[in-house]
Design a protein around this ligand. Structure first.
Ligand code: PEP
Length: 257
């Protein structure tokens, strides 16, 4: 029997949330997560100002929390930036790096994302490294080349000991926030390709999450794929019923796989 990897479901709130609404959401997620099978890991990545609130409301739960980005620097004259050790001060354990919205709207290069991954690891956090192609790139048959280049840039900077500490999220840009998820076959195909890269690096069990319009209706089918270890969830992570239903789908798969 191959070793069974845990299922991981992480919410990416993006730039959403206010204190009062967050409190309702965080408490409901903490409560719902308590009933999930043990090998389902649940996390939320919140806007920086709400890290303290996440810490206060999740500290006694099994839900972990984190940031959606960090600076490529550790300290210094970088107005507006937030360093990974600052995120650690709020009890966080996760940080997303290389989300397509950072790559596209903030011009983050593959090299910058690789450096940010190093900063996150140095701080003792788990980086969730996002990779994904545009629709044009997919239609041109460039998906493997694009996601391979994005992942390789990160892996090239890491030792095998560091590489085993990352999480990778495959997020096709055309599926993010569009309501149109990749099919489970499309996602599995890319995940198998990414798994090959991780195996070559000596990190075969790195969790590989799928992100892009995951909903309660499609989560279980996606999570059943052999190389899909869970999801990075945007829009649906803002509605606790939907987010918990997705976590339950991960739970259902984890007990039958
Ligand atoms: C995301 O932005 O990480 C994401 C997966 O968004 P959505 O679930 O809304 O497509």
């Amino acid at each position: 029997m191959p070793k069974q990897r845990a299922k991981v479901v992480v919410g990416n709130w993006k730039m959403h949330g206010r204190l009062a609404d967050n409190a309702v959401l965080l408490k409901a997620v903490a409560q719902g997560a308590a009933d999930l099978p043990e090998n389902v890991l649940v996390g939320v990545c919140v806007p920086f100002p709400y890290l303290a609130q996440a810490q206060a409301l999740l500290a006694d739960s099994r839900v972990v929390w984190g940031a959606q980005d960090v600076s490529a620097h550790t300290e210094g004259a970088y107005t507006g930036e937030v360093a990974a050790p600052m995120v650690v001060d709020y009890g966080a354990s996760l940080a997303i790096v290389g989300h397509s919205e950072r790559r596209n709207y903030h011009g983050e290069s593959v090299e910058l994302v690789a450096v940010k991954t190093q900063r996150v690891l140095e701080a003792g956090l788990t980086p969730i490294v996002c990779v994904g192609e545009t629709l044009e790139q997919r239609d041109a048959g460039e998906t493997s080349q694009v996601v391979g280049t994005q992942l390789d840039a990160v892996l090239a900077k890491l030792s095998p000991q560091e590489a085993v500490r990352i999480v990778v999220a495959y997020e096709p840009i055309w599926a993010i926030g569009t309501g149109e998820s990749a099919t489970s076959q499309q996602a599995q195909e890319v995940h198998a390709f990414l798994r090959g890269r991780l195996v070559a690096k000596g990190a075969p069990d790195v969790p590989l999450l799928y992100g892009g319009s995951v909903k309660p209706e499609n989560a279980e089918e996606l999570f059943r794929q052999p190389d899909i270890d869970g999801g990075l969830i945007g829009g649906a992570s803002l509605k606790y019923k939907d987010f918990l239903a997705i976590c339950e789908a991960a739970g259902a798969v984890s007990v039958t796989q």
